[in-house]
Each structure stands twice: as C-alpha cells, then as structure tokens.
Design a protein around this ligand. Structure first.
Ligand code: HEC
Length: 106
C-alpha cells in the first residue's frame, strides 16, 4: 500500500468518530442542562453566553472537543463537557445546528 493511502486511511479513522452523525432529537434532551446559560432553543439572553442556535455542526463538535482536551480553556465549559461522550457531543451538535440562529444582515 502506498504511504499516502495508509496516511489517508489513518486520518479518516481518527476523524470518523468525531464526525459521527448525531441525533438532533436525542441532543435536544441532552441539552436540558445547557439551557440555563445558552437559553431556550440555543438563544442565550445575555452576551455572557454564546448563542449556539444555528452554529455549524462541525464547529460545535470541534470546540466541545477542545474544551474536553484542554485546547480551549474555560472553567465553566470544562466542567460542562467533562462527562460528555463523543456520542453526546455529536447529538448536541446535531441539535444546536438544526435550530435557527441569528439572521445575518447584509
Ligand atoms: C453555567 C453556564 C453554562 C452552561 C450550563 C453551559 N455553558 Fe456552554 N458556555 C458557557 C460560557 C460562559 C461560554 C463561553 C466560554 C469561553 O469563552 O470559552 C460557553 C461556550 C460554549 C460553546 C462555545 C461557543 C462558541 O461560539 O465558541 C459551546 C459550543 C457550548 N458552550 C456548549 C454548551 C453545551 C452543549 C452545554 C450543555 C452540555 C453548555 N454549553 C452548558 C456557559 C455555559
């Protein structure tokens, strides 16, 4: 096998679990504790908490993973993701990305 093929296969197998298709319905239930800060339907009421509604799924998976592995540090969110599995993260990302977020004005 060519080296490139082996590398591509290795990269794919690393990336695949992170991008597993989440279930938005399941994610909605798992998002219950997130509402306290990120608001009902992912629309937080204050600028202290980011709006999650309508955010891209792959970004949500990426950033939740970073809170988990310490690449992005925030004492609040580190606690929130501590017990999330990659399945939970995929479901939460599917849920929040399925919601309508802010409209962009051009
Ligand atoms: C106690 C309040 C609180 C709770 C509960 C909470 N968050 Fe957060 N969340 C925050 C704060 C504050 C930030 C901004 C942190 C930073 O600056 O990195 C944040 C950031 C995030 C971000 C990054 C947003 C961006 O635009 O980069 C995501 C994604 C996120 N939270 C998801 C969740 C999910 C999913 C849950 C539920 C499992 C949750 N949060 C629960 C307070 C909270």
């Amino acid at each position: 096998m060519k080296l490139q093929t082996i590398l591509a296969a290795a990269l794919f197998s690393l990336a695949a679990p992170a991008f597993a298709a989440g279930d938005a319905e399941v994610g909605k239930k798992k998002a219950e504790p997130c509402k306290a800060c990120h608001g009902e339907n992912g629309m937080s009421a204050t600028g202290d908490f980011p709006i999650l509604a309508g955010q891209h799924k792959d970004y949500l998976i990426f950033v939740l993973g970073h809170y988990k592995n310490g690449k992005r540090k925030n004492p609040i969110m580190t606690g929130q993701v501590a017990n999330l599995t990659s399945r939970d993260i995929a479901d939460l990302a599917a849920y929040y990305s399925s919601l309508r977020g802010l409209d962009v004005k051009y």
